[in-house]
Design a protein around this ligand. Structure first.
Ligand code: PHE
Length: 369
């Protein structure tokens, strides 16, 4: 044992060798506007950590999941992540769902030399922050293309776009949709925006109504989309809405009710998929939580399992080595599909299109990258 080396190793990135447990950080919106994101991803993440510990842990130790609530508030993600990096000496960070919040944390992890794995943030900028930042989901240039191809296949040529300008995710998704759509013969007949937390979308929807679109892309989160659908129908905007993974929450139909029926969105997985990995996960999750998992639960689970797999292959939890092992993740059999991390530290995975039908999210089709 070389104590001096131990001291140096501890300074930059703590190695599990010097600790009784391996501290893994997680930041999530457990409360606030998008609480369902954090609640879901946290349940999935916790389930994975519990399973690993029940099977004996990793590197001969138990994992300790340290979870901080960022309250869905801008600025809070950076605060709690800073705390976990300095106070808790986490060896890796899992989170967040919302791209804007992952973008707050990514530079902190990059600077600290601590790997971060986002389960569900799809904005490309997240992993562009640096080589310590990864994700286990696809990115929005792909998701935007999937939505555009879907619209074109439906014969929707004139589309209006409604964007949440407070979310990097929504801004990016609208932009990528428009790019592919207009390059392939579609026409954007209206562009409107709102800010997270808004409750009244009537002015935007009235303007959209005048442009008589075949469909309306609503690229924001479920939190506003339910209300948007209600107000659209009230104003006789009867075109289907089209959205991305940010719609994935039971509250979309709780709020939207009949108004959101017949609308479509892209997502990371479908609970109707008969794949054994998905059905097995559903069963375990229902038993443990008495609730239905959504994409964020599955991706939270996958993010933790990818981390554990990398720790085993690295034989250490020391930052740079762990980072290298995560980067070389190849054909990992995850719940949401086979995960290989590409050179940009993103996962090239299929998306599914879902339709809101009978209050449920029904599988329509799978779109490969
Ligand atoms: N993709 C969204 C984002 O980047 C987050 C999200 C993922 C929301 C999955 C719901 C389901 O902000």
């Amino acid at each position: 044992m070389l104590p001096l080396l131990g001291v140096f190793a501890c300074k930059k990135s703590p190695d599990a060798g010097s600790l009784d447990v391996i501290p893994v950080g997680e930041f999530a919106s457990l409360t606030g506007a998008t609480a369902s994101f954090g609640q879901s991803s946290h349940k999935g993440t916790q389930m994975a950590i519990d399973e690993v510990n029940a099977a004996g842990g990793v590197l001969g130790k138990k994992l300790k999941l340290i979870t901080e609530d960022d309250q869905s508030r801008p600025g809070e993600a950076a605060t709690v992540v800073r705390k976990m990096l300095s106070r808790d000496k986490i060896v890796a960070l899992l989170g967040e769902v919302a791209s804007s919040r992952s973008l707050e944390a990514a530079p902190l992890c990059q600077q600290a030399g601590i790997p971060m794995i986002s389960p569900a943030s799809t904005n490309p900028k997240v992993t562009e922050v640096g080589d310590f930042v990864f994700r286990v989901c696809f990115i929005d240039p792909f998701q935007g293309t999937v939505l555009s191809k879907f619209a074109l296949s439906k014969g929707w040529k004139k589309v209006a776009v409604l964007t949440d300008v407070k979310q990097d995710y929504s801004v990016g998704l609208s932009q990528y949709f428009k790019k592919h759509f207009t390059a392939n013969g579609g026409e954007i007949v209206g562009e409107q925006s709102y800010s997270s937390g808004d409750k009244d979308f009537k002015a935007q929807l009235t303007a959209i109504k005048g442009s008589q679109p075949d469909a309306v892309v609503a690229s924001g989160y479920y939190t506003e989309t339910g209300l948007i659908s209600l107000q659209a129908r009230e104003l006789q905007v009867n075109a289907p809405l089209l959205g991305g993974d940010g719609w994935d929450s039971p509250s979309l139909v709780e709020v939207g009710g009949k108004a959101i029926e017949g609308s479509f969105f892209s997502n990371h997985f479908s609970v109707e998929d008969p794949a054994p990995a998905i059905q097995g996960f559903l069963k375990k999750y229902r038993t443990k939580f008495g609730a239905e998992p959504d994409a964020m639960s599955a991706l939270g689970y996958d993010s933790a399992m990818i981390l554990v797999d990398a720790m085993k292959r690295a034989g250490t939890s020391e930052g740079p080595k762990l980072k290298a092992a995560i980067a070389s993740t190849k054909d990992f059999a995850a719940v949401t599909g086979k995960i290989t991390l590409n050179a940009e530290r993103n996962a090239d995975k299929s998306a599914v299109m879902l339709e809101v039908k009978g209050g449920q999210f029904r599988y329509v089709e799978t779109v490969a990258p």
